[in-house]
Write a protein of this length. Structure first.
Ligand SMILES: Cc1cc2nc3c(=O)[nH]c(=O)nc-3n(C[C@H](O)[C@H](O)[C@H](O)COP(=O)(O)O)c2cc1C
Ligand SMILES: C=C(O[C@@H]1CC(C(=O)O)=C[C@@H](OP(=O)(O)O)[C@H]1O)C(=O)O
Length: 364
């Protein structure tokens, strides 16, 4: 299974949702950087399951146990390796799904690809659970970037019809976004946050789910990072972001909407200010020709509605070879976008750090 990504910073995740452990090996982190473990755990907790009614009720501590690559809190240069225990699996909930695949989850395609021994309990190796190690690795990347003046923060731009306050593409309010990141639903506007929680909870109670759009900002990036054509900022980010289960789309800057506007509306005019080049607006999302232009990086990630809903759905039985109705049991996120916000930040950080390493930038 394709479980690795990265060029200079290579991340490889392992484990399955209902196995004993999940974890990752991260090769290429700069030697000598001191990790703030308290901040790392605080970051990982934003993603951890079981903390509110608008997430799955599976409860996991998501405590990383470092095996190698960290000495007295300092990265030692060798591959960082860690595991996280799975402690709260309810595997019985998945018994009926061995015979009857869930619509729009990976049960069917995994079995076609790997055969009937594939472990899909809790989503197996395809599970959103695998984003816990991504958050540990990415949480460290975020700290390394922050020490170089690069900040990354995301919010839930939209859930259903509920839209968060819009964030400036030229001067994103990073502190507001970072604060919102610790809320149950990462929206900057308290009113819209409440409306989103109510909407998700209504859907949960009727056995339904919703998707959402996450918007990410990265500030402090130098101009000139990236490559054209097939190895640009968009290329590597998109590849890695699609590794998050449930991602259905990635757009940069003004995205698809911008593509329907005119050049006069869409262009980002230059402004030379005290010897520094900036642009008046930022519809390009900080990237042109696959290379950063020094403006904030802006991108949106579309997450689909959770496939595992409680409402009865049509499926089929392998054993009986006929169409049957499926009732999914278990504890599922009514909106995966809610817990995916820190995951998107983590993956963005890992990719941007990988790009900085292209330029042999020294981190210590
Ligand atoms: C943080 C997170 C939590 C998730 N929780 C669930 C869940 O509770 N139930 C579910 O059916 N899918 C959940 N998913 C999504 C599935 O893992 C995903 O839809 C599935 O693996 C199929 O992959 P695809 O949607 O990318 O095609 C979650 C994803 C993430 C990132
Ligand atoms: C456990 C996590 O999320 C899980 C992701 C997931 C899926 O299908 O992706 C399905 C659910 O698994 P289970 O049925 O075992 O509760 C979620 O709870 C986690 O994110 O840590």
């Amino acid at each position: 299974m394709s479980s690795s990504f990265g060029k200079n910073l290579k991340i490889s995740v392992f484990g399955a949702s209902h196995g004993t452990t999940i974890g990752a090996v991260v090769d290429g982190l700069p030697c000598g950087f001191t990790i703030d473990e308290t901040a790392l755990l605080r970051f990982m907790k934003r993603r951890a399951p079981g903390q509110s009614l608008v997430t799955t009720q599976r409860k996991e501590a998501d405590q990383p146990h470092f095996l190698a690559g960290l000495v007295n809190g300092q990265l030692s240069g060798s591959p960082l390796s860690f595991y996280i225990e799975n402690t709260n699996q309810h595997s019985k909930d998945y018994n009926n799904l061995r015979d009857v695949p869930r619509p729009s989850h990976a049960d069917y395609t995994a079995r076609v690809r790997y055969g009937d021994a594939v472990d899909m309990r809790g989503g197996g190796h395809f599970s959103g659970r695998l984003t816990a190690p991504l958050c540990c690795a990415g949480g460290i990347a975020l700290q390394i970037l922050k020490a170089r003046g690069i900040e990354i923060a995301a919010h839930l731009r939209q859930i259903g019809a509920v839209k968060d306050k819009s964030i400036s593409f030229t001067e994103p309010a990073m502190a507001d976004l970072q604060k919102a990141g610790f809320e149950t639903v990462a929206m900057v506007s308290p009113q819209e946050r409440l409306r989103a929680i109510t909407y998700i909870d209504e859907l949960r109670q009727t056995g339904n789910s919703t998707g959402g759009i996450i918007e990410v900002f990265a500030t402090g990036l130098p101009a000139g990072l990236g490559n054209p054509n097939f190895d640009g900022i968009e290329n590597r980010l998109t590849t890695a972001l699609f590794g998050i289960p449930g991602v259905k789309g990635v757009a940069f800057g003004s995205g698809f909407e911008g593509c329907l506007s005119t050049g006069a509306e869409q262009n980002d005019p230059f402004l030379l200010e005290n010897g520094t080049v900036r642009t008046l607006n930022n519809n390009s999302g900080g990237i042109q020709g696959g290379i950063t232009n020094g403006m904030p990086l802006v991108l949106q990630v579309g997450m689909k509605p959770t496939a595992s809903i409680a409402a009865v759905q049509p499926s089929f039985s392998y054993e009986q070879q006929k169409n049957v109705e499926l009732q999914i049991k278990g504890r599922h996120d009514p909106c995966i976008a809610v817990r995916a916000v820190p995951v998107v930040e983590a993956v963005t950080a890992l990719v941007l750090l990988d790009f900085l390493l292209d330029h042999n930038i020294q981190f210590n």
